[in-house]
Design a protein around this ligand. Structure first.
Ligand code: SF4
Length: 508
């Protein structure tokens, strides 16, 4: 039997010449793409953020490359990046054998680079556009909720505050009513107090007035105790609520561990219990699976985010996309108006589009207002029994963002004894329908666009484009929860993810 021959193995042997990292990095490796792209950027703004003097700092270009390459490799924690910089040959090459620690990485990632990150993102997108990898003319827009780095049990609910304040106001009102009964004379010159809204000052003043009025009266002990309790606790509690309401800023919830995070229903519900979790609504525009814009919102619904997201697109590139394709979460009158006013072709579904196309709505709701014939010239609808439903007037309705919709009511003359009465409508009296003509016009326009040849292609591409990007970030890259806290920081964190995603697309 022949003797086995092994290659020389002497890991501790000193080498005459140090190994060249450059030779070890494959010419087509993604790390070279990161290096090449960052070398082409104008990083003057980043350099300018460094103050002169003191000890020398790690080169910002090196840190930028290292963090982005680490993100491409799904390494997000600063300690793990530090570790990888010491052991990963590609990062050793990228960092020129320098070894910044996790504090340096963190400071750079969250503070130094944060103010200029969107500019870096933009420069990279424009480079990719020059190379023909992405177009700014078409945007596929979608949103996803990503969990915040916040405890899901430290919630503050706006509704709970509202209810508690109402209870407090009611108790105060009861005390006031009681005092007016037992001390009518003493309180006769006092101005009428309105308890619709209460604050700390109103509580203190009211209790003082009541106490003064009933001081010589024989009132039950528990009334005086109640007054004492209200005086001692309500003002502080109301000040606390005021502070919380300022943080809520119109939202219905926030987490005490990340006050910018709002409780939302996440798609990824591992416990399958429908529990709301603190998170952010991330909105992105993509083209050819490259992210062209990103924004973070407190608002869990996509409908209200589109104009702000497109405004930030314009701010970034000084132009708006020529067309926007979205799912039905964005099909509101407000969004259609914005898109029309800005000459953007809207491949934007409305909420009933799919059901309409499949004929489900017509079968399910044959008598719905949308299925009644409208005589535009003479402005009336025809009800299922052939009766004319006449214009009863218009009114303005505001949606939750304050957008005003013009609604027109049309009413049937007489529904008494109609054989279709039970299935046509459930209300008492004659049937009245509320119609938003402007929204109907937009829907018609959207229907024509979405069912055109180009529209079908846009709809197919949307699933392959923006949805695939979220799928990649969440499932392949494993980025499902933010590490940082606060909207500004979280936005920066997503910026890093977005740039890394775009670089990996270029490298693919
Ligand atoms: S119930 Fe009234 S609106 Fe409906 S079909 Fe009969 S007459 Fe027309």
């Amino acid at each position: 039997m022949a003797t086995a021959v092994f290659k020389t193995y002497a890991p501790n042997q000193l080498q005459l010449l140090p190994p060249s990292w450059e030779e070890k990095i494959d010419k087509a490796h993604p790390v070279r793409v990161v290096d090449k792209v960052i070398e082409q950027l104008d990083l003057t703004k980043l350099y300018d953020s460094y103050e002169g003097g003191g000890a020398s700092a790690y080169h910002p270009k090196m840190l930028l490359k290292a963090i982005l390459y680490a993100y491409i490799c799904n390494i997000y924690s600063s300690r793990k990046i530090e570790e990888a910089i010491k052991s990963n040959i590609h990062l050793i090459w990228l960092c020129g054998n320098l070894e910044p620690d996790h504090h340096t990485i963190n400071r750079f990632r969250s503070h130094k680079a944060a103010p200029v990150l969107k500019d870096i993102f933009k420069q990279i997108v424009l480079l990719l556009a020059q190379e023909g990898l992405v177009s700014l003319k078409e945007a596929y827009v979608d949103g996803t909720k990503i969990e915040a780095n916040a405890n899901r049990y430290t919630f503050v609910w706006g509704n709970a505050i509202k209810t508690n304040k109402e209870k407090m106001a009611k108790q105060l009102d009861q005390l006031w009513q009681y005092a007016q009964q037992v001390a009518t004379e003493e309180l006769q010159d006092t101005a009428v107090v309105d308890f619709t809204t209460i604050d700390a000052q109103k509580v203190t003043e009211t209790v003082n007035t009541i106490e003064e009025a009933i001081k010589d009266k024989a009132v039950p002990k528990k009334v005086r105790q109640k007054l004492h309790y209200v005086k001692k606790n309500f003002p502080d509690k109301l000040q606390e609520y005021e502070h919380k309401e300022a943080i809520l800023d119109g939202r219905n919830s926030y987490s005490k561990t990340d006050e910018d995070a709002t409780f939302m229903r996440m798609k990824e519900d591992h416990m399958n219990n429908g529990q709301l979790k603190p998170g952010y609504n991330v909105q992105i525009s993509t083209n050819n699976q490259i992210i062209t814009n990103y924004d973070l919102f407190f608002n869990p619904t996509d409908t209200l985010t589109l104009p702000a997201h497109l405004d930030s697109f314009k701010q970034l590139y000084d132009q708006l996309p020529g067309s926007v394709t979205t799912d039905s979460g964005y099909g509101s009158e407000q969004n259609y108006e914005y898109l029309e006013a800005n000459d953007i072709t809207a491949y934007v579904k409305y909420n009933t589009f799919q059901q309409e196309q499949q004929g489900i709505r017509e079968k399910k709701y044959p008598f719905a207002a949308g299925h009644l014939h409208y005589n535009q010239q003479q402005d009336y609808y025809i009800c299922p029994m052939g009766q004319h439903m006449l214009n009863m007037g218009t009114y303005i309705r505001k949606n939750e963002s304050g957008f005003e919709q013009t609604i027109t009511s049309y009413g049937a003359g007489n529904c008494v004894g109609c054989p279709l009465r039970g299935v046509c409508h459930k209300g008492k009296g004659n049937r009245v329908i509320a119609v938003n003509h402007n929204l109907n016009r937009h829907k018609q326009k959207a229907r024509e666009l979405l069912t055109s040849e180009q529209g079908l292609a846009q709809r197919k591409q949307r699933a392959r484009d923006v949805e695939a990007v979220f799928g990649n970030i969440k499932h392949n890259k494993g980025f499902r929860r933010f590490l940082l806290r606060g909207k500004q920081q979280v936005s920066t964190e997503f910026g890093w993810v977005a740039i890394a995603h775009n670089l990996s697309k270029k490298a693919a």
